[in-house]
Design a protein. Structure first.
Length: 431
């Protein structure tokens, strides 16, 4: 089987790496990929990943048996629809089904119809409506941009004016700009990826990510600064419970609407005092949780994704997982999550791969300069991943590796999975 992976980030690097472990996968091509992926698989240019015709043409040219679309923007743009129309199986939802992430208001409608537990919410199109909703719910205030925002469209704050300011920024986009104001959900958060073929739902391992840029969950939201898996503190049977109460009803509702969901339904959860509730849906593998989930997956990934793309998940074997713990830490460039500085030289990665510690580096925002040297090219530059027999050893290994990364002005959090290592439960932040 030949697989085409669309995307440029550490998530796609993790997907490519996992696919290459599958004996049924003969070759992986990434478009456009990144310098790290290029070391293990063929990368092909793709100037615009939202150009469905270009993706379909490339898939036909390389005779791909499966196309895996990594990021949310091409999915919401309908790339999967165009590729499917060309006759090639696609792991990723249609544009209509991708609205579960493309519009938070739409996701709330689906959850209401499917009786999925989630936060109460008001959908607002004016500042006056936002103010009324904030007063109705009270602090902490949760304000979400209705559309895609690269993981940075949510503000959770006790400051009413800051909540209003975020809403104003969202609404000034004009047109049908919308914000969603939610009731705050207490309790720790968890992420669950569910593979879906339109009918059947298969859960992967639970993970937890860290959205705030600063240690102690301080500072603004980012696309994610680190993650770990498994969650030893999670209630037994949580994944199965979430499938029964959340993922399966949602997939059934989407099918009933004539928009079957095929791909990853990412369920962001708050484990509240009143039981698990949905914070958000995404329609693709999350970054950085993918990095710690797929590194532990022992079941061949390519066969699983092809089964989902072709409606055959019901016959899949029970998934096998490494008993080891995985931790990933994101190394970000100076200025992130604001305006990141790019073009800085990047050193030390060879030492990580050569020291035999078990740590690995997944590229995200990297590029090669005119001289062929590796430089930063985005906000989140690298994800460093490590496995260990327990969380403490995985954290120790990953931070020893992170300390070898030489990137001027870079920053990272030192407390990824620290609370869990100490036997504590990380508080949630309703991302």
């Amino acid at each position: 089987m030949k697989v085409l992976v669309i995307g440029t980030g550490a998530r796609e690097h993790a997907i490519v790496t996992a696919l290459l472990r599958d004996p049924s996968v003969d070759a992986v091509v990434a478009a456009p990929g990144n310098p790290g992926i290029d070391q293990v698989a063929l990368c092909r240019p793709l100037p615009d990943p939202t150009d469905g015709a270009a993706v379909a043409d490339l898939a036909q040219e390389i005779q791909a048996d499966l196309v895996v679309i990594g990021p949310e923007v091409p999915l919401v743009a309908g790339v999967a629809d165009v590729v499917r129309e060309s006759g090639i199986p696609v792991f990723g939802p249609s544009a209509a089904a991708a609205q579960l992430e493309g519009s938070k208001a739409f996701a709330k409608q689906v959850m209401a119809a499917a009786e999925v537990p989630t936060a109460m919410a008001h959908v607002c199109t004016t500042e006056e409506q936002v103010a009324e909703a904030l007063d109705a719910f009270g602090p902490p205030h949760v304000v979400k941009d209705d559309g895609l925002a690269a993981g940075k469209g949510v503000v959770v704050t006790d400051d009413r004016e800051a909540a209003l300011e975020h809403a104003r920024a969202c609404l000034t986009r004009g047109g049908d700009a919308t914000v969603v104001v939610e009731d705050y959900l207490d309790g720790p958060e968890a992420s669950l990826f569910c593979l879906c073929d339109g009918t059947t739902v298969v859960p992967l391992a639970l993970a937890q990510d860290f959205k705030r840029v600063g240690e102690g969950d301080e500072g603004p939201n980012t696309g994610g600064m680190g993650a770990y898996s498994p969650l030893d503190w999670a209630p037994e049977g949580l994944a199965e419970d979430v499938v029964a109460r959340v993922a399966q009803p949602t997939v059934d509702e989407m099918a009933a609407r004539g928009t079957p969901f095929v791909g990853v339904l990412y369920v962001g959860l708050a484990l509240t005092s009143r039981g698990p509730k949905v914070v958000e849906f995404n329609v693709r593998f999350g970054d950085p949780e993918t990095q710690v989930v797929l590194v532990r997956l022992e079941t061949p990934l390519g066969a699983l994704l092809l089964a989902a793309a072709t409606g055959e998940l019901a016959g899949s074997p029970e998934l096998r997982w490494s008993p080891q713990h995985a931790v990933t830490v994101v190394v970000a460039s100076s200025g992130y999550p604001g305006t990141p500085r790019t073009g800085d030289p990047l050193f030390g990665l060879e030492q990580i791969s050569a020291d035999g510690s078990g740590a690995s580096v997944l590229h995200a925002g990297t590029a090669l300069d005119e001289q062929g040297a590796l430089v930063s090219a985005g906000g989140r530059v690298l994800s460093v991943v490590a496995l260990g027999d327990d969380l403490a050893s995985a954290r120790r290994t990953v931070y020893e590796a992170v300390d070898r990364v030489d990137l001027p002005g870079s920053h990272h959090r030192r407390d990824i999975a620290l609370a869990a290592e100490r036997g504590q439960v990380q508080a949630g932040d309703q991302q």
